[in-house]
Design a protein around this ligand. Structure first.
Ligand code: MN3
Length: 236
């Protein structure tokens, strides 16, 4: 044995290395939540929502919510054992950073899915269409009331179409990144089946201050196939 090969003659560094890796595993668990790619190209919602807005909105804003939520796992390790949906339902137990970024991640995941490229948007399914007529009078009436909720939400927030715990359709809105799943006193709770982001980052490049025009045009890109799927699931 050559005296110049001390490392290979000594087996102890290997268990030490494994120990270091194991010690780092809780750190690896920090990447619990991830940013899914957009379900369509960034320009697929043109001309109603422009490509640059979609790229910045998804790649920077939504990405930041995911990263900031993952950063919270260190100090809130129970987050790692909860689904994104389950976190919303017990959000009152967490701090503001989890509320803002956990809400932001959930809300944007839903938002990308309830929009679709031309040819894939469909129409409300039979049961949903009948419920819309019964609840609001017509689809146009639903849109008017929904847009009113979107326009009158002061500052940043969301407008929602939900299925209430009583299995009724309802329109509501929330501030910031709150949503109807959250166990908060000011939230009208229910299962969101459609949501509109009315933060300025969602429309300002194309629409500037004209939130109403953005809300009206947005109906052109709504993915009714997905809204119907969510409605049917919530009514079960
Ligand atoms: Mn947004």
């Amino acid at each position: 044995m050559h005296a110049s090969m001390p490392f290979h003659s000594n087996p102890r560094p290997r268990p030490l290395l494994i120990g270091i890796i194991v010690a780092c595993l809780p750190g690896l668990a920090v990447a619990q939540f991830s940013l899914a790619p957009l379900p369509y190209p960034a320009d697929a919602l043109e001309p109603h929502i422009d490509k640059t807005t979609m790229e910045i909105h998804h790649g920077r804003h939504h990405n930041a919510y995911v990263n900031n939520l993952n950063a919270q796992i260190m100090t809130n390790p129970e987050l790692a054992n909860l689904s994104l949906e389950a976190i919303q339902g017990r959000i009152s137990q967490f701090n503001t950073a989890v509320r803002n970024n956990g809400g932001g991640h959930y809300n944007h995941d839903l938002f990308w899915q309830v929009m679709a490229p031309v040819g894939q948007r469909g129409a409300p399914g039979a049961a949903l269409a009948a419920d819309i007529t019964q609840t609001f009078g017509s689809l146009d009436d639903l849109k008017k009331r929904f847009d009113q909720a979107a326009i009158t939400r002061f500052g940043s927030g969301w407008a929602w179409l939900i299925v209430t715990p009583e299995k009724k359709l309802a329109i509501t809105s929330t501030p910031n990144q709150d949503n109807p799943l959250m166990d908060l006193p000011d939230v009208q709770r229910g299962t969101p089946i459609l949501g509109l982001d009315v933060w300025e980052h969602a429309y300002y490049l194309k629409y500037q201050n004209k939130r109403g025009e953005y809300a009206t045009n947005w109906w052109n890109v709504v993915n009714w196939n997905e809204v119907t799927r969510r409605y049917d699931a919530a009514m079960k």
